[in-house]
Design a protein around this ligand. Structure first.
Ligand SMILES: N[C@@H](CCC(=O)N[C@@H](CS)C(=O)NCC(=O)O)C(=O)O
Length: 258
């Protein structure tokens, strides 16, 4: 019986190996719907950090490709990034929009950069949401009013430059006694790096924030971050954000009929 069992388990082991080989071969890459911006970088960085196979599907937001019916099925908010994972839960495809939700999904899927321990996970979540609700939207408004708006609106510029300055101050204090925002390097750092990297365009001086500066240099030195933040940069070349056609697509949208 013992022999039979061991033969059976040997056969099982061979089957599992073959199946594994087969599924590794047939594993379809994750589709990354992407444009090279700080929100896009979050996901290219995470995919690179995890070594997950992926294929980049450019969504040219300056041309309005975010409004194509096929993309809206995946991302009803007409914004990138989004992903389709052909091997989602239960082995079935899943599509996800909102960069924070994608980061958490990939963290749970791989068990990387998103701790399973509840206390450690809460640490990551709060700083991830802080980025999603604070740094991203506020720095986004600075980029808009300082760099893209055709009128100079001093009140709006000051309001958002000051708010980003406040947020960088919070981050600088937080990083006083820990290398990364949630302690260990995590998806929260990945969410932040593309935004903080734009400090100059946001009217900030990184030298005012020495801990933040040290953090930025450390995160940017990671090979996966370098690859993630280099992905598709060439696609942006020659796009003039002040071109009336680009401005109409990006800055003049109202609700569309359902
Ligand atoms: N909260 C969203 C924001 C995404 C977002 O704002 N993406 C911008 C580029 S950075 C976009 O796709 N814009 C297209 C548009 O405004 O029509 C996320 O984090 O995924």
């Amino acid at each position: 019986m013992a022999r039979g069992k061991s033969r059976r388990s040997a056969a099982k082991a061979t089957r599992t190996k073959t199946q594994k080989k087969k599924s590794a071969k047939s594993a379809k890459p994750i589709e990354l719907y992407y444009w090279p911006t700080p929100n896009g970088f979050k996901i290219s960085i995470m995919l690179e950090e995890c070594g997950l196979p992926y294929v980049m599907k450019p969504v040219n937001i300056a041309k309005g490709e975010q409004f194509s019916p096929d993309f809206l099925k995946i991302a009803p908010n007409n914004r990138m990034p989004a992903i389709v994972d052909p091997q989602g839960p239960g082995g079935r495809p899943i599509s996800i929009f909102e960069s924070g939700a994608i980061l958490q999904y990939l963290g749970r899927k791989t068990g990387k950069f998103y701790p399973a321990d509840e206390r450690a996970r809460v640490e990551v979540d709060q700083w991830l949401f802080w980025q999603m609700g604070g740094v991203g939207p506020m720095a986004g408004q600075v980029h808009h009013f300082r760099n893209y708006a055709l009128e100079t609106l001093t009140y709006a510029i000051n309001r958002y430059v000051n708010e980003v300055n406040r947020l960088y101050g919070v981050m600088n204090i937080r990083l006083r006694d820990r290398p990364f925002i949630a302690g260990k390097y995590s998806i929260a750092d990945m969410a932040l790096v593309g935004w903080v990297n734009g400090w100059e365009r946001q009217g900030q001086d990184i030298n005012e924030f020495p801990n933040l500066k040290r953090w930025l240099e450390a995160v940017k030195a990671r090979p996966a971050v370098k690859r993630g933040m280099a992905l598709g940069l060439e696609l942006r070349q020659g796009i003039d954000m002040k071109d009336p056609k680009v401005q109409a697509v990006l800055f003049n949208q109202r609700a569309r009929a359902g």
